[in-house]
Design a protein around this ligand. Structure first.
Ligand code: DHB
Length: 323
């Protein structure tokens, strides 16, 4: 089985979309749920809908992708209504056929990414007061809003924010974190988030502010921020694996890890789990291939597990060997 669990919430498959890909509209969210994915993550919400940055704002690269979307989203109310409706559906007594058709029991991860600490606290208050009891993912790592630093790189600000959050928020909360590159950062973020009752960390967000250019026209590939944007895909896999592994070695085992970054094949999923991932998310490759990617990745992962004689993810999760 490829099933997993986070904070008591069951995912029939450990793979979902990464926030930002195929998740802005209910149609896109439903397309992920209709695939082999084990659940769906909503586009990071702000309190009010935003159109995002000018286009072109995302491009595929030979070994990955670059984006500077600027948080285009329908506003928290839209995604909270969707998540609440899905939760109500999950509670109904439906014929097996309808249950399968509607992906009845696949959970929704509700992603929020305010442009300020006040925005984040206000959205989490709305979620706290709503009937939604699923996973909320607080995104501390959007690199694409002009003039806004990534909170995840400021450990004191992370502690201050989470102190306020947990003074009122009692539902399961995960954190989407940026990539870290130095052992002082691994130690610092683990110490900061380890003080709080978080359900999981999800890493990595894109590697911020890369630059992709077209040599022939001597021009940047995307329009916002002079061409600078978040890098994802194959290019970021070693950094993603390092972050998953570094956090698994540092955090209390009760804090789960979602591994995101550079998943193109079932072997990439296998490697994330070996580093300690409890679940994984797919961004660039989902964009490239569409929701059918989840079936291919699942088949490839099952083939590797069969070959190695592993019956469950627990047989190898976190069991990476060092020399
Ligand atoms: C956007 C990009 C991110 O990496 C993120 O975490 C949130 C938002 C964006 O540009 O929309």
């Amino acid at each position: 089985s490829l099933a997993t669990e986070i904070a008591g919430i069951a995912f029939p498959n450990l793979m979902t979309n990464a926030a930002g890909v195929s998740c802005e509209t209910t149609q896109e969210l439903n397309a992920v749920l209709a695939s082999e994915a084990g659940g769906v993550t909503t586009k990071s919400a702000t309190p009010v809908a935003r159109p995002g940055n000018p286009t072109p704002r995302q491009e595929l690269l030979p070994l990955g992708s670059i984006n500077s979307m600027g948080l285009p989203n329908r506003g928290l109310g839209y995604y909270l209504a969707y998540a609440t409706q899905r939760q109500a559906l999950a509670g109904q007594d439906l014929p097996a056929e309808v249950a399968a058709e509607t992906a009845q029991h696949k959970p929704v991860i509700l992603s929020v990414s305010g442009l300020s600490i006040e925005d984040n606290l206000a959205m989490l208050k709305d979620i706290q007061q709503s009937p939604f009891t699923g996973l909320t993912e607080l995104n501390l790592s959007c690199p694409n809003v002009v003039g806004k630093a990534q909170l995840g790189y400021d450990f004191e600000a992370v502690v201050a924010t989470l102190t306020e959050v947990f003074s009122h928020f009692t539902k399961p909360l995960g954190l989407k974190l940026p990539p870290y590159f130095d052992f002082f950062q691994f130690d610092g973020i683990a110490e900061a988030v380890g003080r709080f009752p978080i359900a999981y960390v999800n890493m990595i967000n894109s590697i911020g502010n890369g630059l992709a250019i077209d040599a022939e026209t001597e021009t940047v590939l995307i329009k916002p921020k002079g061409g600078f944007g978040g890098i994802g895909g194959e290019l970021v896999k070693p950094t993603a694996l390092a972050n998953v592994r570094a956090m698994r070695l540092r955090l209390h085992p009760d804090i789960k890890i979602i591994g995101t970054g550079g998943i193109r094949t079932g072997q990439d999923v296998f490697e994330h789990v070996l580093c300690g991932a409890d679940a994984v998310q797919v961004g660039t490759e989902l964009w490239r291939e569409g929701p059918g990617v989840f079936k291919r990745l699942s088949e490839e992962l099952r083939a590797i597990m069969k070959e190695k004689g592993y019956g469950s993810l627990d047989d190898f999760r976190g069991k990476l060997k060092t020399m």
